[in-house]
Write a protein that binds this ligand. Structure first.
Ligand code: COI
Length: 354
């Protein structure tokens, strides 16, 4: 980080903290008092502001609404035992945000704006960082195209915003997931690796169909053969097969998850073997039946480490081991939390104390 940026700060007249119940924090519904905004125009970012969280006036013609130039990130700030507040691996999210931006023909955000915006917002809304175990302040960077123009071309104007929402884990129980073989989330050469709005929009209909069948989430498969597992849409997927951690390799159809990467590094450091490769549906289903697949979990910033309890495939349910008996994923989840909350030393330098 270099220069200290100028930003205009307008404080909320009254904090909503007093009317917020921190024992009821559904994901993404309660927002802290302030937000950060920057605007891109004439090929540069400017007009940096912290202002009360609330509506942003905009034209109904903005191109994000019509042609989908919209990207986002998800990261978390933790209140550590010492009282310090730490953002976990923010540099990785910054890098991925700009990879998404490049693919969607959007301008890069500068590291100074991204990081100083987060630091300033957390400083002003410091009391919104929950102290309960398993809770954190979820940070949602977002960028969208704001040209009021209906021609199809990259917008000239953009808004970058940072929202924060105190939250617990996205999922509160082991997941029942369906292996999706009719619809696809992403295809080679597409935008599956980018955190762009359309990837989530296209998943909603298949997800709703699976919910009607009693599933909590989908496991997406490759668009060509539907024989290989990719990711869960809200998280990456990791399996334990014959004692090794096995996860679908990152490719143009799979998000390069920060939690996934963190778990791989922690597992390797512990001496666990990790394989990043193509993972077939058959390998997983056969492995559940033979007992070789002993653990499966979703890994993501919002999802954290969430066990998968059951997998549905073409009308049949495959039940995995009881999540309470799984030592590998629960050990990794604990190690990860201990680092984030500052309970054990942060050997990798992942915590950014703001
Ligand atoms: C995150 O884990 O931060 C995500 O962006 C997933 C979200 C779609 C719930």
């Amino acid at each position: 980080m270099n220069d200290i940026l100028d930003m205009t700060i307008t404080k909320a007249a009254e904090s909503r903290l007093t009317v917020t119940d921190f024992s009821q924090l559904p994901f993404g519904k309660v927002f802290s008092d302030h937000m950060f905004i920057a605007e891109y125009d004439n090929c540069e970012w400017g007009n940096l502001q912290i202002l009360p969280y609330g509506p942003i006036p905009m034209s109904p013609a903005i191109s994000a609404l019509h042609y989908g130039q919209a990207i986002f990130e998800g990261m978390k700030a933790y209140r550590q035992e010492s009282g310090k507040i730490s953002v976990f691996r923010g540099d990785k999210n910054f890098e991925r945000f700009n990879k998404s931006a490049a693919r969607m023909s959007m301008p890069a955000i500068t590291k100074d704006i991204f990081m100083q915006g987060i630091a300033a917002l957390i400083e002003i809304d410091e009391r919104w960082v929950p102290a309960q175990e398993g809770y954190s302040l979820y940070i949602r960077p977002v960028m969208f195209a704001t040209d009021p123009y209906l021609g199809v071309r990259p917008s000239d104007k953009y808004t970058f915003a940072l929202l924060t929402t105190p939250t617990g884990p996205y999922y509160s129980k082991a997941l029942k997931v369906k292996i999706e073989t009719e619809f696809t989330r992403a295809d080679e050469g597409g935008v599956g690796f980018a955190k762009t709005a359309g990837n989530y929009a296209r998943s909603l209909y298949p997800f709703a169909e699976a919910q009607k069948e009693g599933f909590d989430q989908l496991i997406w498969t490759d668009a060509v053969s539907h024989e290989y597992i990719e990711e869960a849409g809200t998280a990456n997927l990791i399996f334990v097969i014959n004692g090794k951690l096995v996860t679908p390799s990152v490719r143009s159809t799979v998000l390069d998850g920060v939690t996934r990467d963190t778990i791989i590094m922690l597992a390797r450091k512990q001496g666990l073997e990790v394989e990043e490769r193509r993972v077939s549906v058959k390998e997983i289903l056969d492995g559940i039946e033979t007992g070789n697949v002993t653990d499966a979990f979703a890994a993501g910033t919002a999802a954290t480490v969430t066990p998968i309890g059951e997998i549905g495939y073409q009308g049949k349910i495959y039940t995995l081991t009881d999540p309470s008996t799984r030592t590998i994923s629960s050990g990794i989840a604990k190690m990860l939390n201990d680092i984030r909350y500052g309970i054990v030393p942060d050997e990798f330098g992942w915590n950014w104390i703001v």
